[in-house]
Design a protein around this ligand. Structure first.
Ligand code: ZN
Length: 347
């Protein structure tokens, strides 16, 4: 599914570092149910989606724990039901006013106005927007858009169909996996592909084709995904330093002994917490060109120095010789700086 870059969504400047939240105590994801004027809300949506989202949260948190990460995805919980709580917003347009193409432009101001009018101390800056639609004619926004992501509800969308080899299960599969995948974008995750070992042992990466497998076949988050989630406000469990970008960062990216080696040093004082490197073959630059990119967390020392060779045995071959290395510098506050490089020839 596509990921659009946020053009209009600028980062709020972080003032002073806040106290570190514990795993369950900190900003939560905003989850809104945007009801068109002529359609929905659909029957039982609070119970159905509350359960779906609870399972989705638990998937993220099992994978964070399996990867050894202290981060935990936090969603608002309804104390009465124990399910994830959704905020209902009455939209100003009919369902046809929120089309897949460009419907976000209509939805986003309404969502933002709601969030501003209803401040809460536990709000994060990340928001999942769910729009009810026809079961057999979806047609509403379904993608990540900066700090927002869009998914849908249809009548009968119910976790009881998860993993079921039935017509209802087949219907459930792409919209459940798709919601989890788009949520990943909203939390800051780019596309990625399983390494060879991951593919053999863990299945399909959620941010690859996992939108078609979650709940039905082994699906997982990569260590790189977890590196992004660790700084994402609804997951973060540390007090972020104020943003200080990696000005003057000049990594070396070169071919080396049959693979590619990246090395360099992070500028002193920058707020980069993690570096994730992706090996993107064939086509790149478009929003859907990086499903094939295996990604790795690049370790660096206390002085910010790193020297990392891609484990070429873990990379699936491309169709062509075209290659782009992408380095993503993940800052404490969730800001991501992206550096794209064609590797230099071997020295
Ligand atoms: Zn996607």
């Amino acid at each position: 599914m596509r990921r659009l870059l946020a053009l209009l969504l600028t980062l709020p400047a972080l003032a002073a570092a806040a106290p570190a939240p514990a795993g369950d105590d900190g900003p939560t994801l905003n989850i809104v149910y945007l009801v068109p004027t002529d359609f929905g809300p659909l029957p039982g949506y609070r119970e159905r989606l509350g359960k779906i989202l609870l399972e989705m949260r638990d998937f993220y948190n099992r994978e964070l724990a399996r990867n050894g990460s202290p981060a935990r995805l936090r969603m608002p919980i309804d104390p009465e039901t124990g399910l994830v709580a959704l905020e209902e917003i009455r939209g100003t347009r009919p369902l046809s006013g929120y089309p897949y193409e460009g419907g976000w432009k209509a939805a986003l101001p309404e969502v933002q106005a709601h969030l501003e009018a209803h401040p809460r101390p536990d709000r994060s800056d990340r928001t999942l927007v769910i729009i009810p639609t026809h079961k057999d004619k979806p047609g509403v926004p379904f993608y990540g858009l900066g700090k927002y992501c869009f998914a849908l509800d249809y009548e009968g969308f119910d976790y009881k169909d998860c993993g079921q080899d039935t017509p209802a299960g087949a219907k459930f599969k792409p919209w459940y996996g798709g919601m989890a995948h788009e949520l990943g974008h909203g939390l800051g995750l780019p596309h990625t592909h399983a390494t060879r070992t991951q593919a053999k042992t863990l299945g399909t990466a959620l941010m690859g084709a996992g939108n078609r497998t979650l709940g039905f076949a082994p699906t997982f988050l990569t260590p790189g995904d977890c590196a992004f989630l660790e700084s994402s406000p609804p997951c973060r469990v540390f007090a972020p330093r104020p943003l200080r970008k990696a000005e003057g960062f000049a990594p070396q990216v070169r071919r080396w002994q049959g693979t590619v080696r990246v090395s360099g040093r992070l500028p002193e004082g920058c707020s980069v917490r993690r570096i994730v490197a992706a090996y993107d073959k064939d086509d790149f630059g478009g929003v859907n060109d990086n499903y094939d990119a295996e990604s790795f967390v690049v370790p660096f020392d206390a002085s910010g120095r790193f020297d990392f060779a891609f484990p070429i045995g873990e990379i699936h071959p491309g169709r062509t010789d075209k290659l782009q290395i992408q380095l993503r510098l993940i800052h404490d506050d969730g800001t991501i700086e992206l550096i794209r490089r064609a590797p230099d020839p071997e020295a």
